[in-house]
Design a protein around this ligand. Structure first.
Ligand code: NAD
Ligand code: FE2
Length: 390
């Protein structure tokens, strides 16, 4: 067996309704027995005003935390958003950082936890790249309210650095101390966000399973179980947002997929999705959905046996040749996107055919991801995939 490494946060609590005891769960991390500790919730304005955070706030207050909130997170957070959050944290002083929200809020919280350490010498720009510095951080809690990015269990944070570019921070320091999966927080997630974030999570599982780097028996087990849960529960959660069992399965599935791709990284679907988000501000999950079937058709000659294995995960009992199961798997994934009414073609998102060259050129900038793809992707290949998706 090939050697491998595996990393994940040290403590995960899976408990529907668990945010009513977030204070009790977070208290040991503060490390100041008995004294008041300052907790910062990092979230977005919609969630802050929605009631979703209410039980968590109350619980933190009851546990003796002095609470402040940064509610300025925006989707695909920019450097300006991150720096504003860091300066607010530095002004008020913070002992524990709690990210509550979608991937955007969790990513900002992770960076704040690193840069708001008293006496921190690092700038945001020092963090970009893979393990570029040895960073310290404040105690960090992650409470996702979407079932998608898996950010709660990854050592990754994504920042929008210009008009159309995103930069990744990959750093051990971003792995949280505590993750709380409270599916009750996701009950109000609108159908369109449920679909987009759910497809993102499924792509994490598929790309981890077919990654040519660091794929290992643990990431495979997690990816398979993630895809099983996500594919079986996406439509129930989409059709009836109040279906708690489906929401629990989606939230768990998204986290398992996050643990898989933290250790066996994602590839061409994400590489080709990022320019759509960067240039056209299409939501991350929607961008993934737009290119997914086309990248899978491109990849099949390199990884048909793996897709055939996943066919049996999403359609138990699926029989037939490798080729037949592979086709069934790709068609099944495409049909889920169709059924959840996500846009199917680039042209449906206001993208002209004349944009394809620029998209392909931008995708080539994502070598960090492309190198994990089972089949090498040239710029001409990227153009052909975007053309097929157009
Ligand atoms: N760190 C990682 O490992 C990682 C991985 C993939 C993507 N990302 C990043 O994550 C971000 C995308 O995150 P996302 O897809 O979760 O979206 P998001 O955090 O941008 O949230 C999308 C929308 O959903 C709303 N929302 C969130 N929870 C809700 C709830 N429970 N009820 C109602 N509305 C709710 C938010 O207010 C927001 O308007 C991007 O910036 C992407 O680059 C990070
Ligand atoms: Fe993703």
């Amino acid at each position: 067996m090939a050697n491998f490494t595996f990393q994940t946060p040290r403590r995960v609590v899976v408990e529907a309704g668990g945010s009513h005891r977030l204070g009790e769960l977070a208290r040991p991390m503060a490390g100041k027995n008995g004294a008041a500790v300052r907790a910062l919730i990092v979230t977005d304005a919609f969630l802050a005003g929605s009631g979703v955070l209410q039980r968590a706030r109350q619980s933190l207050a009851e546990a003796g935390f002095e609470l402040t909130e940064f509610t300025g997170v925006l989707p695909d957070p920019s450097e300006a958003v991150v720096l504003t959050a860091v300066s607010q944290a530095a002004q008020t002083g913070v002992d524990v950082v709690i990210g509550m929200g979608g991937g955007s809020s969790l990513d900002v919280a992770k960076i704040v936890a690193c840069l708001a350490v008293p006496g921190n010498p690092l700038k945001l720009s020092d963090l970009y790249g893979v393990e570029s510095v040895r960073a310290q951080r404040l105690p960090l809690v992650m409470v996702p309210t979407t079932a998608g990015t898996g950010s709660e269990v990854t050592s990754i944070a994504i920042v929008t650095t210009g008009e159309s570019t995103k930069a990744g921070i990959v750093n051990q320091a971003l792995l949280a101390d505590l993750v709380l999966l409270d599916a009750r927080l996701t009950l109000g997630l609108p159908p369109a966000v449920t679909a987009a974030t759910g497809v993102d999570a499924m792509v994490h599982a598929i790309e981890a399973y077919t990654s040519v780097h660091r794929k290992n028996p643990m990431s495979d087990t997690l990816a398979r179980q993630a895809l099983h849960l996500l594919s079986a529960n996406l439509l129930p959660a989409f059709d009836d947002g109040s279906d708690l069992a489906a929401r629990e399965a989606m939230l768990l599935g998204a986290m398992l997929a996050g643990q898989a791709f933290e250790n066996a990284p994602v590839a061409a679907v994400h590489a080709l999705a990022y320019p759509l988000g960067g240039i056209y501000h299409i939501a991350h999950g929607v961008s993934n959905a737009l290119v997914l079937p086309h990248v899978m058709r491109f990849n099949r000659e390199a990884c048909a046996p793996l897709y055939a294995e996943l066919a049996e995960v999403v359609m138990p009992g699926q029989a037939g040749s490798v080729e037949a199961r592979c086709t069934a798997f790709i068609d099944h994934m495409a049909s889920l996107t169709e059924r959840t009414r996500l846009p199917l073609r680039l042209r449906d998102c206001g993208i002209g055919a004349d944009a394809i060259d620029a998209l392909a050129a931008a995708a080539m900038g994502q070598q960090r991801l492309l190198k994990n793809n089972p089949r090498p992707v040239t710029e001409a290949d990227a153009r052909a995939i975007y053309q097929a998706a157009w």
